[in-house]
Structures are given as C-alpha cells and as structure tokens.
Design a protein around this ligand. Sequence first.
Ligand code: 5AD
Ligand code: SF4
Length: 474
Amino acid sequence: MTKRLFIETVGCQMNVLDSEMVVADLRKRGYELARGLDEADVILFNTCSVREQAENKTYSALGRLRSFKREHPEKIIGVMGCMAQKDQKLVFDRAPYVDLVVGPGQLARIPDLIEQVAAGTGPQMAVSLGRRDGSVQEIKRSHETFDPLRDPTMRPTPFQAYLRIQIGCDKFCTYCIVPMTRGPEQGRDPEQILAEARVLADQGCKEITLIGQTVNSYKFTSGGRTTRLADLLYSLSDIDGIERLKFVTNYPKDMTDDLLAAVRDLPKCSPYLHVPAQSGSNTVLARMKRGYTIEDYREMFGRIRATLPEAAVTSDFIVGFPGETEEDFRLTYDLVAECRFKNSFIFKYSERPGTRGAELYPDDIPYEVKNRRNNELLELQNRISEQDSQRFLGQRVEVLVEGASERAKRTGADEGELIQLTGRTPDDRIVVFDGQPRLVGQIIPVAIYDVSPHTLFGAVVTQEVTMAALAAIG
Ligand code: 5AD
Ligand code: SF4
C-alpha cells in the first residue's frame, strides 16, 4: 500500500538538497508526497539552527501538532536536520509525541527508522558524534554525506539543481553552529560529483549550483593527486547539457586567483560570487574568528574586480555581534558603500548555545540597536542594489526561465495565453516578463525596460517586442 509523506523544509540550500534526497529515498520504498498533514502517514520537519528564530518557529510548528498526534497516534512525526543534531533528546523533552530525531549526517537511516517506529519500537534517534566525542576519523565517519539519488520533482525546478561537493565546516567562526551540526569539513570524491552531474544532465538539468559551507575551500586528495574547485569547474564544463555552473558559499581567504581565472575563462561559469564579509571592523572580525582582516577582504575584492569586472558580488553581514560599537558598525556601513555589493543578506546576531561565541561573549547589544543597525544597512544596500540595477535598462540579458511568477501562480491563465514568467540571469538577477508557458526551462534573451532593487522587468526579445521595449524606455 502506498504511504504518504509530508515534508517541510526551512534553512539553507543544504537542507533543500537533503529533503530532495530523503524524498527520493522514500519514494524508492513506495512513498508518495502528501499535499497536507491530513493525508500524510509520515510528517518530517527539516530544520535549521543558524538563528534562534528558526528554531522557535519549528518548536511552534511542533507544538501545533500536539493535539493532532493525540487524534492520530498512528502518524509518524520526525525532526531531521541541524536542530535535530543540536538539540537531540531535548526535542523529545519539548515535544514528547515526536517519534524520530535524525541529524543531517544520518539521513540514510530514515527509512529503516520509520519502519521500526511503525513496528512499535517507540521513539528513535540517530545523531552524529559531537566535535569532541571521538577521533577525527570516527567523527568524520559519523557525519555521512547523503547523495544517493536525484528526484527532479523535488527540486526548485527540474532544470536547476544543487550538487553537494563538500559537507561540514572547519572554520569555527565563533557565532556559528554549523561546525557542530554538520561536523568536520569533508570534500566529496570528484568521480562521484561528476557522475552525479551527468545524471542531472540526463534528467534535463541545465544549471547546477555546487554547494558547500565554504565551497571554495573544497579539496579532495587521492593517490597523491589533489582536486580543487577550479579543477571541478573545468571537468563539469565538459558535460553536455549543463549550461550554467554556480557555486556557494565562498570563504574570503580561499578566493584564489586560479579559481577567479576559471570563472573568467569558462563560459558556463556564472559571473556571480557570494563572499560573505560578515563585518567591516577588524576588532569584530577578530572576535568572530573569521581568519582575515578587512584589508585582506579588500585585497580579495580588488582581485575579483580586476579579473571579473562585471561579476555580481554578494555578501552576508551580522549586526549586533557582542561588543559591536557604533564605530564598528560605521566601518561595516562604509564597507558596503565602498564595495557596492549586488545584494547583502543582513542578520541580527543570535547567540547560539554550543558555540565559542556564546561561551566567550555576553550577547550585550540591545535588540533595538541590532534592529536599527539592521535597517540602516538594509536601506543602504537597497539604494545600491537599485542603482546597480539601473545599468540594465535597455540591455539584453540571457534568462533561464524558471516558471510562472508568484502573481501568475495566484491568478492562473487560460490555454495559449501569455503569462507572467520569472527567471534568472547568469549573475543571479531575477527577471520578470510575459511569455508563453512553453518557454519554461529554456534560456532566452530578454530586453529590460524597468528595474526595482532586486528585480529586472523585461520583454522576450523578438523583432517586434524589442522595438516595443525600446519605445517603452523612451
Ligand atoms: N546569528 C546571526 N547570523 C548568523 N549567521 C550565522 N550564524 C549566525 C548567528 N549566530 C549568518 C552568517 C552566515 C549566514 C548563513 O547566516 O551571516 O553567513
Ligand atoms: Fe559558519 Fe564560519 Fe563555517 Fe560559514 S565559515 S559555516 S559562518 S563556521
């Protein structure tokens, strides 16, 4: 009999990919996706621990299932991902009706554990070793990458996929829980990565985004030969059908010249680099233990601009890190003004139990101050993004069409009608335009006639439309 699975995913690209893998694994054992909780036999939450707010939301969602589980005791509720690894038994304490707790390094065990719970064994937990709970080899082995199968129906779109090249992180920035939840940094075997990329290409995937916590630190050594990210990009470029390659997230110190040259020289590599600076102040960077000074970051940024003058560079920032003064914040503000990132993701510091930051530094910046700094920086970034978008007015861009826009999804369309579509440029800009639904999945030229800070608006380039678009620009 077919069983039904409902899965809810929050957090980063790693989680999106983990969910895809778990769904593919369970499908192989006869599961299908449920549209809602009512028809589900198994309910899984794939969780995030990077900020406290994400955890609070998950615990609230679990709280809402308390009475539901009482009415439907046969339904199996599981918590997977970073919060499962971080909180472990605490999940059962806070939500005693949860049946399964599975860390991100143990996902391959989910189908068996579900069977055990269904057979009446009671709650099950599978987590990896902590960073001090064994030898490096033992800890590494307990954090297993889970990339067995691809399921096109679970991807953001069937022609775009994430491909994991690295798990874990060894940088130990003092605010970050990731090295604890996802374990030691491990690069995957390039043979496996290439084999998986070929499977994706055969499935019709055109764009691959390589993912890793510090993706440009990727390294795999075997038989005396070391493979790095630039080498992977060259090999992946040779695969027919793959038309775009991206990679996230970069660590500033590992942005080597040969990697930048690969992005410049390989036509399939997108000129898009996400390189989080986190702060513009050397005292804060030192307390964050980021491993670079702001002078180092500037030097790296200069090399990006020299090699890839048109590349879109984006960053992350944390405001309100312990001890951050107005002067520290000013330095961050000035860095954003100077670098003119395409976009910045700005976060208010959230103390994470289990990190060095939580041990060493009291979370002493009041919420109002964090909020004000967050808004000031966001306002500056939005101004820059809007100005930066202006230069696309009247330009032609290549767009990979992802699907109906949010508006079109709400309103629907009749057979044969043009609908509002959305897609992305190689440098990761969102483009909205009207077109035939059959364009979805294709790479097409679009003429831009209007812009907002984070979206370009355009028209599909045909002879007539180009003229109309240009007339609209005036
Ligand atoms: N508080 C706030 N933001 C954080 N990030 C990571 N840890 C924390 C934390 N404890 C941010 C960083 C990182 C992004 C994914 O999340 O900016 O680059
Ligand atoms: Fe966290 Fe720092 Fe590793 Fe990024 S580099 S995952 S911020 S520890």
